[in-house]
Design a protein around this ligand. Structure first.
Ligand code: MGD
Ligand code: MGD
Ligand code: MO
Length: 702
């Protein structure tokens, strides 16, 4: 992004960087209006302390300030550190829980000084599972490393399958490449239960039933192997476990697969043939598929397809889930996990899964872990007495919202939130600290959709008394008397550490050896080495798995007592589950095209863009008629975990039995709760991820 700053130091324009090969000079609709966010009159610009007696409960938008008093940074830092020290002394440091995710995904802002601080403090570690762990682990089991076909090569594909990937809505910079491929004759197939902007423009939209993708992928394998469409030479050379996989795939006849997915058997066959007979067939998998109970198995099955057909051998062929595995940042240096040994614990602290925050705040340490049904790695241990939130808005984005809320409302929980706005989470804070936007601090960025290392330079001075994550955690550390020099590092020093800049000025990180800090400063973005060389990632071996092969069968999974092969089992919360008798509709609590998770939802321009679908329950006319619901009716949506009111929007493109609504701020709903009041803390089959898209509900006119 290029930022124009005027003589008064005010940013007056943002635009895409035309020299960037992926973004090619354009910004998505929401970031094009980023200055609305930077200069919003609603920004929090000073540290705030909760007034005595002010209840921890949703506050009316625009009047949040009334529950807080402005204090100085000195007061805030002194009071917060004193309280953390006291809690650590009384209950042990693991009773302090950091909670952060993707507010910024800069290497520094996402995880550097903060990790140093919490390691040295001995605070609980957070397992950051909320987005991509199930799919990430699945990918790594098959390919060893999260890399895939180069993003630019989508324009060379002859067939693009967007599989649980809303390219146009969530990943718009790939869209011009899709268009270019289509101009050259490529077809676009979208596999998504919801008719997204991407699906609406596809040559073929397969509105698959949620959670049944593993069955479809195995059914495709069935057809491919039956008809001899696989690439035997490639399989021989590059993969392991084909015989076992073939045996498994035999079970998945197109007829059986049709019964699960809602497709016809002929459609399953047609898809398999079209996929396997197109050399440059690209699968853009994103994280949609893996947000369901069996998401790990589904991702494994899908990404085995290009290994079966040898699509990896061709430019424009293969698959991409994420490119983040290409970035080998020196995290030992930036995050300093070794500091845990100097903490009062003298060892690495326990790990708490962020996808079960409700459980962590309401059950941990209360002797009620047993039988809660939640598979937390951390079933035992001290209750959480302090929660430190930054880069995240768990009051909106975490599953099982009502449990999260009960936790946040605990009067004995000490909560600090570092953010830019009053959110669903700040309503529960004891202290709110003002954070910077990425225009106001320097960072270095990797990516999960391309392979460029990027420097993001501070463009303007921080507004008011806003301070960056790096500054905040450095200050807290110093006030707690942590004398290690690393707590005084500047952002520039940490960037050099992340890049592992050696005496010769070059990075020592694998794949970054050609990068110097000075070069990065001058060019802004530099491709990783493997990208620069134009390599096809899995055209030839070895593969970075334990066996050196692409693994159809995983010895590691089998050794851990799991199925070594991908298989399909219907999610418990699906039309085949027991709970469907009471809650027969499958619910998708989806992301928003014009927001970024919960970010931007408070800005007028963004809300206007989203107005048509905001707080609507999209449902098939048949499901509506069966409940006497008409378009525009107020409806109640509920299950055993919660309820909320929405406006019915009849949509003939919804698969029967599936309803959908979008994520919004809880406090902007009349009920004060959002779609996550319906989602559960049940975790995915691998990686401990959330299962937002395996949720059953019932609906009635309100
Ligand atoms: N505009 C916008 N862009 C974003 C974000 C945002 O909030 N708004 N969020 C960013 C983040 S954090 C991420 S992780 C990425 C995620 O990017 P995507 O993975 O594209 O994200 P989702 O929208 O969660 O899922 C994609 C699609 O999967 C579909 N889906 C749900 N269940 C199933 C299923 O069982 N099978 C199949 N085949 N499809 C299913 C959903 O209907 C959805 O349209 O996007 C990023 N980009
Ligand atoms: N129902 C449902 N729930 C979901 C999802 C879904 O699809 N459906 N998606 C899930 C996914 S994929 C993800 S990744 C998570 C995302 O969950 P979060 O990472 O919590 O995402 P955001 O809602 O964007 O909240 C980020 C917060 O960080 C703040 N922030 C931004 N920059 C900074 C900074 O530099 N410093 C500090 N301290 N704060 C900053 C922002 O103002 C914002 O309030 O949500 C998950 N929740
Ligand atoms: Mo995400």
């Amino acid at each position: 992004m290029l930022v124009t700053v005027n003589d008064e130091g005010r940013a007056v324009k943002v635009q895409g960087d035309p020299s960037h090969p992926i973004t090619q000079g354009f910004l998505c609709g929401k970031v094009a209006r980023y200055l609305d966010r930077v200069y919003s009159p609603e920004r929090i610009l000073y540290p705030l302390r909760r007034k005595p007696g002010a209840a921890k409960a949703p506050l009316q938008r625009g009047r949040e300030q009334e529950a807080f008093v402005r204090i100085s940074w000195d007061e805030a830092l002194d009071e917060i550190t004193a309280r953390l020290q006291q809690i650590s002394d009384a209950h042990g440091p693991e009773s302090i829980l950091p909670y952060s995710y993707a507010g910024t995904i800069g290497v520094l802002g996402y995880g550097s000084m903060d990790r140093r601080f919490f390691h040295r403090l001995g605070a609980s570690q957070l397992d950051r599972t909320i987005c991509s762990e199930a799919g990430g682990q699945a990918w790594n089991l098959v390919y060893g490393k999260k890399i895939g076909m180069p993003t630019e090569d989508f324009r060379l594909a002859r067939l693009i399958v967007a599989w649980g990937a809303n390219i146009h809505g969530n990943n718009v910079h790939v869209w011009p490449m899709v268009e270019q491929a289509r101009r050259n004759g490529a077809r676009l197939i979208v596999i998504d239960p919801y008719r997204t902007r991407t699906a609406a423009q596809a040559d073929w939209h397969i509105a698959i039933r949620p959670g049944t993708d593993a069955a479809l992928a195995l059914g495709m394998m069935h057809v491919i192997l039956n008809e001899g469409l696989e690439d035997r030479a490639y399989i021989e050379q590059m993969t392991g476990g084909i015989d076992r996989l073939a045996e498994r795939a035999r079970e998945y006849t197109p007829e059986r697969v049709a019964g699960w997915t809602g497709m016809t058997a002929a459609e399953v066959e047609r898809l398999a043939r079209e996929y396997a007979t197109t050399h440059s067939a690209a699968i853009r998998l994103n994280y949609g598929v893996q947000r369901c109970e069996t998401g790990g198995a589904a991702v494994r099955a899908i990404i085995m397809l290009p290994a079966l057909t040898g699509a990896w051998k061709y430019r424009g062929g293969g698959a991409q889930l994420s490119t983040s595995g290409g970035f080998s940042w020196n995290e030992q240096a930036t995050r300093r996990p070794d500091l845990a040994l100097s903490s009062p614990l003298g060892r690495p602290a326990r790990v708490v899964n962020m996808s079960t925050l409700g459980h962590a705040l309401t059950e941990l340490g209360r002797g009620r872990e047993q039988g809660s049904g939640i598979r937390d790695q951390n079933a035992e241990g001290a209750a959480v007495h302090a929660l430190f939130v930054y880069n995240s808005n768990p009051g909106a984005v975490a599953p099982n919202h009502n449990a999260v809320r009960r936790g946040l409302a605990r009067p004995d929980l000490f909560t600090v939130v570092h953010d830019l706005f009053f959110t669903d989470t700040t309503d529960y804070a004891d202290y709110i600290l003002p954070a910077t936007t990425f225009l106001e601090h320097t960072d270095v960025q990797g990516a999960y959709g391309h392979s460029f290392v990027q420097l993001s330079q501070q463009a303007i001075e921080p507004l008011g008394e806003a301070r960056s994550n790096v500054w905040l955690f450095g200050q807290l550390a110093q006030r707690l008397g942590f004398t290690e020099a690393c707590f005084r590092d500047t952002p520039q020093q940490i960037i050099r550490q992340a890049l592992a800049i050696g005496p010769d000025g070059h990075s020592a990180n694998p794949g970054m050896e050609h990068i110097t800090y000075e070069d990065l400063e001058e060019k802004g973005h530099i491709p990783l080495a493997f990208h620069r060389d134009g390599l096809l990632p899995f055209a030839s071996g070895p593969v970075p798995t334990l066996s050196g092969k692409i693994e159809f069968y995983s010895e590691a999974l089998a050794a851990a007592g799991h199925d070594g092969l991908p298989g399909f089992a219907p999610p418990a919360e699906s039309r085949w589950g027991e709970a469907a008798q009471q809650y027969p509709l499958e619910f998708l609590g989806r992301k928003v095209d014009n927001y970024m998770n919960s970010t931007f939802a408070n800005l007028d321009f963004h809300r206007k863009m989203e107005a048509r679908t905001s707080q609507r329950l999209e449902m098939h006319p048949g499901d509506a008629a069966a409940r006497n619901i008409a378009d525009g009716d107020r409806v109640r949506v509920w299950n055993g975990r919660g309820a909320l009111h929405l406006t019915a929007m009849l949509n003939p493109n919804m698969p029967a039995g599936v309803v959908s609504a979008r994520l919004d701020w809880a406090k902007l709903h009349a009920d004060g709760v959002n779609v996550n009041a319906l989602t559960s803390e049940r975790l995915t089959d691998m990686g401990g991820g959330p299962t937002f898209y395996s949720t059953l509900v019932e609906v009635a006119g309100a």
